[in-house]
Structures are given as structure tokens and as C-alpha cells.
Design a protein around this ligand. Sequence first.
Ligand code: ATP
Ligand code: MG
Length: 342
Amino acid sequence: MAKDVILTGIRANNDLHIGNYFGALLPMVDMAKTRSADYQINLFIPDLHSFTTPIEHDKLQNQIMHNLKLFVAAGLPLDNPNIYIYRQSYIPAHSELTWILDCFTVYGEMSRMTQFKDRSAKLGNERVTVGLFNYPVLMAADILLYGAKYVPVGDDQTQHLEFTRDIAGRLNKQFGELFLLPEPAAKQHEFFGKDQGLRIRDLADPTKKMSKSEESDKGVIFLGDDPDEAAQKVMSATTDSFTDGIKLDMNERAGITNLVQIHDLLKPDEHDQIMAMGSYQDLKTKVAGTVRDFLIGFHDSLKIVDDETILRKLESDETAMSHTADITLLKVQQAVGLRPKT
Ligand code: ATP
Ligand code: MG
């Protein structure tokens, strides 16, 4: 019996930040390592999703390799045959299935997506592309091509996962069993038991979360940041005007609470020491030093990651995954009348 598939990926639209690292990258690597004996793990770089919002295109190629290296530096093994690593755009079936699914998706269900509403409100009409509008359909294709049962997504993707189940169910109803439906979002959370709620805040504006597509990088600590500059970002973090010590309160004291949270992730054993610090200045100095040391260590791990080994793994996994994806695509093409039925 083929193993159930777990599928996951992070959009390569920019360098990853420490929020992505603790909220997604580390849990993914951990999941891949601990679950690969019982499941097939599909860990992919969703490069076609990279420019649903504007990016610097001359950086994308390097960004894709860089992100893969981040995974390896964070501990992802490249010699595990149950972990498949691939670039979405190297498997043409993703684009082909998306078009077919597009034609079974109605306008209303895409315009209801809260991610779309949020992002388009930020971008303004002139910059909202059709790609941003229908990327949930591409995401559905990413999942359905491989019959993925588990798709560990953040809360922001829950609605898209439900759409994937809807569209798969719709085609199954019309054409017979074409797709395996991924488990519903609640079930995904249960299965992973991971903290979906972790949200590192932006250092400059702690009322919002750290985001890699933020226009200003003042409050974002990227994994590729120069360690001294990252320390400087911590020193300039926005705090509050309370003077009664370090107290945790995400509403009234979000800046300080966020700094403590970051430190707890990097050095969990030092929580009491951090809470006992006399002033915000002392706390910032301590967090800045810890962030700096973390980045120095991480950059050392990154330096020894070998590009060639990654490229070899990509080539072989992309061949294997193209084969799987093409089987699903052909079934769909036959069902909708694009290919003769055998
Ligand atoms: P973008 O601005 O492009 O949406 P992002 O930083 O929000 O970038 P995503 O690509 O949306 O990142 O998400 C990648 C993963 O990182 C998701 O699993 C998401 O839940 C997680 N993540 C994103 N931001 C944070 C954060 N600030 N703290 C913890 N986890 C985060
Ligand atoms: Mg996001």
C-alpha cells in the first residue's frame, strides 16, 4: 500500500524571517524527520506562488536555492528516500491542472477568500492581479496532484484548504473518483498537534505580525540578515512607556512581550533570567546578543550546505513527482474530454 502523503511548502517571495523559521521551517523539518517512516513527505518550493504579489524578479532564482538551503541548514536530511523535495514550476502538471480547475471554480467563491480581500486591500486595485485572485486554485492543484491527505497549513490557509476539498468533491461528483480529498483543517491541526498560534510580531510595529512581504524591513529579522544589523533592529524595537519591569501582555506591552517570546524560542532555559531584567534597555541588549549569536551560528550551518547535493536531489525527486502528477493529470484530462479514455 502506498503511504499517505503529507504535503507542505513555503512561498519563496523573499528571504525567510525568524517568524517563518520558528512558525514553519523548524516544525516542517521536524515533521519530515519524525513522520517520514510512516508517511511520504512532499516538501516543495511553491515558486509559481512567488509573484502573486510583486517581487524583484532578478532575485527569484537565487531566492529559491537559498530557501532550499535554509531547510537543509535547519536540519532537513537530503538522503531520506521518503522525503521528496521539488520545485513546483519544474512539474508542468501544476499549471495544467490549475487551468482545468479554474474552469470549475466560480467567481464568487474566489472573491470571498479573506486572504484575497486583505491583500488586495493593501495593494490597491492597480496592482491586484488575476494570479493573486486565483492562487487558491493553484494551491488546490498542488495538493490534489499527489493525493495529499495531510497539508499542515497556518490559519491563514484554512479557507483555501476547504476550497480544495470543495473543488475536489465537485469534480468527483461530476466525473467519478478523480481525487483524494485532503483532511479538513481541524483534522490537520489535530494530526500535527503543533502550535498554529505562534505569531512573532514586527519589531517596529508590534501590533502586526512579522511578514516577509512587508515594504519596510526595519522590524523584520531575516535569516540572511547581517548579525550586527539584526542586533541593531532589536535595539531599535518599539516598546512602551511602562517603567514597572518586564511584564507579559500582548495587548498593552506587545513590543516587550514579543522580545521575550523571541528570546524564549532561542534560549528557553533563560526565561526567568529575562523576566528579572531591570530595564527595557537591558532586556533589549540581551535579546540583541542572543539574536546575533543565533544568526552567526545559523550562517555557519548555511555555509557548509552543498548546492550540488541539493541539485541532484531536486532532479531525481522532480522526475519522480512529475510521473505521479502526470498520472493524476491524465485521469482528469480523460474525464473532461481532453484525452481519449483508455
Ligand atoms: P508573506 O508576507 O509573503 O505572506 P509571511 O511572512 O506571512 O509572508 P507566509 O509565506 O505567509 O509568510 O507563511 C509561511 C509560513 O510561516 C506559514 O506557515 C506561516 O504560518 C508562518 N509564519 C508567517 N509569519 C509568521 C510569524 N510572524 N510568526 C510565526 N509564524 C509565521
Ligand atoms: Mg503570509
